[in-house]
Ligand binder design. Structure first.
Ligand code: NAD
Ligand code: ZN
Length: 247
């Protein structure tokens, strides 16, 4: 929105709905972090050494070539380490202080919601700043950039892997239950910056809609969600979200 331009009526209407909400559910995807400089998977900078994410973020790729997979994660960690939360992340943290319940579910692994001040976001796909031992299962925080390749467990010497849910792996049961519960019982759902193709996250908009919620999508590009939501705001998340925070 240009400086000095009036806030669109639709945005004001949505802000009022949010102000009246009792249970708000928010899903974010890579798009909300794009304005912080974190590349999305399906955008123009989604490639690394000509590999697609789907070729590297899999248990098979890690079993075949852990060094290659770690080199990719080390590169991504380096990019993300230089990124800060943007006004979209900040607005969601602020919004949570204005409504009785805001459940924030993210597909992002970058940790930017927490840095913005959101408490307890549900990280459906894990966190790039955590590692897990492939032998003893221990999960720990690890912010080293660069990380020694291959990284080893302090406890047992086993090979560490990123604490990330890869393509073909199951999501944690408790995380799934919290995510589905948030959307099934929401009165308003915001679906922000996700291409809506990675399951099960992609089904949450439909679940909320069928359960009677008012569903708002924020994404400058068309997605499969557009057909089922109540309204799509075709804008960058960082431009619109600050205007949706109740006064
Ligand atoms: P995606 O890359 O498939 O889609 C990103 C979506 O964001 C696209 O639909 C795009 O149109 C939209 N978008 C781009 N800029 C935007 C903006 N400024 N505001 C709002 N929307 C914008 O991402 P996804 O749907 O999250 O799914 C990909 C998977 O990739 C997830 O599993 C996620 O864990 C992982 N991923 C995470 C990160 C991260 O942590 N930041 C980055 C890349 C991928
Ligand atoms: Zn171990």
């Amino acid at each position: 929105m240009p400086d000095g331009a009036a806030v669109p009526t639709k945005w004001n209407e949505i802000r009022q709905r949010i102000a009246d909400s009792q249970r708000l559910a928010v899903m974010t995807g890579a798009g909300i972090s794009a304005e912080s400089g974190v590349p999305t998977f399906r955008g123009a900078d989604g490639l690394w050494r000509n590999f697609r994410a789907e070729e590297l973020a899999t248990p098979e790729a890690f079993a075949r070539d852990p060094k290659l997979v770690w080199e990719w994660y080390d590169w991504r960690r380096g990019l993300i380490a230089d990124c800060a939360p943007n006004p979209g992340h900040m607005a969601l943290a602020q919004m949570a202080t204005k409504v009785p319940v805001l459940n924030l579910i993210t597909q992002n692994v970058d940790g930017l919601h927490e840095l913005a001040g959101s408490t307890d976001p549900v990280e459906m796909h894990g966190n790039i700043w955590k590692v897990r031992c492939t032998d003893c299962g221990q999960v720990s925080a690890d912010r080293r950039v660069p990380i020694p390749i291959l990284p080893r467990c302090d406890g047992c010497g086993g090979l560490l892997r990123p604490h990330i849910v890869w393509f073909g792996e199951s999501l944690d049961e408790a995380v799934l239950a919290r995510s589905f519960g948030a959307f099934e019982y929401a009165d308003i759902a915001l679906i922000i910056g996700t291409s809506g193709v990675v399951q099960p996250a992609a089904s949450l908009a439909g679940l909320a809609k069928r359960a009677g919620a008012y569903v708002v999508e924020i994404n400058p590009d068309a997605t499969p969600n557009r057909a089922l939501v109540d309204v799509t705001l075709s804008c960058a998340a960082g431009a619109v979200l600050p205007h949706l925070v109740p006064l």
